[in-house]
Design a protein around this ligand. Structure first.
Ligand SMILES: [Zn+2]
Length: 301
């Protein structure tokens, strides 16, 4: 995005984002692309909560309204909806340049403000493009992220710059843009959908069924791995539904390998650990089922 802006004349970039974060090195991107003078950031005042738009000046500046400290937006320091609405209404175009995305809330917020959205035609963004009549950018390529196996879109700066060039001077009809939001994501319609879904779920009153409190038994330690885990599930955990579950499969894979990966670290695993894993689940079930039993006996449910 920063590089795309550097390829355009008379185009300004506004970033409503925090720094430092586990993401981009913002000062470096500004300097590398020589766009320090046409990139603005939101700084939010800790005192009056008003937003000052400023060129990048590090983590904090002096609030233009009350002279207190103003910081880049953070989860603990957000601006009001009204302020965000004012910020978005300064834009000619909102660019959602993501390699993948679920429901991109800012795209919906921008459309609600009548500001046209530039969106990547990939993952859930494709759905939003159709619904909100966004300007669509086709990815130039796809990369597979090694850690997660996710397919990520790659969008070149030239691609972004060309789209912005085509659209930046289009005199959009803000009411028309807003209507795409009203047609698809109005607040009341979302609430109605939730009510309909929740109401359609059949009520299963299980509070009064007999408590599932059972004594865990030890498996036969001499069994081969596969049969040993089956016994752990049947005799220790006492939940036959766990047979064939993800936990069952993962336990068998780990026990056969003798190791499992915990937060990126290899750890040794043996039958004792598998037994303790299922025993722990059974103990938790017994604990909470005992609480429910007490509630039934005391007439609370
Ligand atoms: Zn202030």
């Amino acid at each position: 995005m920063f590089r795309a802006i550097s390829q355009l004349d008379n185009v300004y970039l506004y970033c409503h984002t925090t720094y430092p974060d586990e993401g981009w090195d913002v000062p470096r991107l500004l300097v590398e692309n020589s766009i320090q003078n046409r990139t603005f950031f939101s700084y939010i005042c800790v005192n009056c909560k008003k937003v000052t738009a400023s060129k990048f000046q590090g983590l904090n500046i002096q609030c233009a309204y009350c002279n207190n400290d103003a910081f880049l937006p953070q989860t603990r320091l957000a601006c009001s909806e009204k302020e965000l609405c004012n910020i978005i209404n300064c834009f000619d175009l909102y660019a959602q340049i993501s390699s993948c995305e679920a429901l991109g809330i800012p795209s919906i917020e921008s459309t609600a403000c009548g500001v046209r959205v530039l969106n990547v035609n990939y993952s859930a963004m494709s759905d939003i493009i159709n619904k909100l009549q966004c300007i669509s950018i086709e990815p130039d390529a796809f990369n597979t992220e090694p850690q997660s196996g996710r397919r990520m879109a790659a969008i070149s700066s030239e691609n972004i710059a060309n789209k912005i060039k085509q659209w930046i001077n289009v005199n959009d009809n803000k009411q028309l843009v807003r209507s795409h939001y009203d047609d698809n994501y109005p607040f009341n319609k979302s609430i109605e959908n939730w009510i309909e879904i929740i109401d359609s779920i059949p009520i299963e009153n299980k509070w009064q069924i007999p408590p599932d409190i059972q004594n865990p038994e030890e498996p036969n330690w001499n069994l081969p791995n596969d049969l040993f885990i089956e016994e752990c599930i049947i005799k220790t955990l006492k939940l036959p539904d766990f047979l064939g579950s993800w936990s069952h499969a993962e336990s068998l894979t780990a026990l056969n390998a003798g190791i499992f990966i915990n937060n990126g670290r290899f750890e040794k695993i043996e039958k004792k650990n598998i037994f303790e894993y299922f025993l722990n689940i059974r103990n938790k079930i017994n604990h909470w089922e005992s609480k429910r039993k007490q509630c039934i006996e005391q007439g609370f449910i």
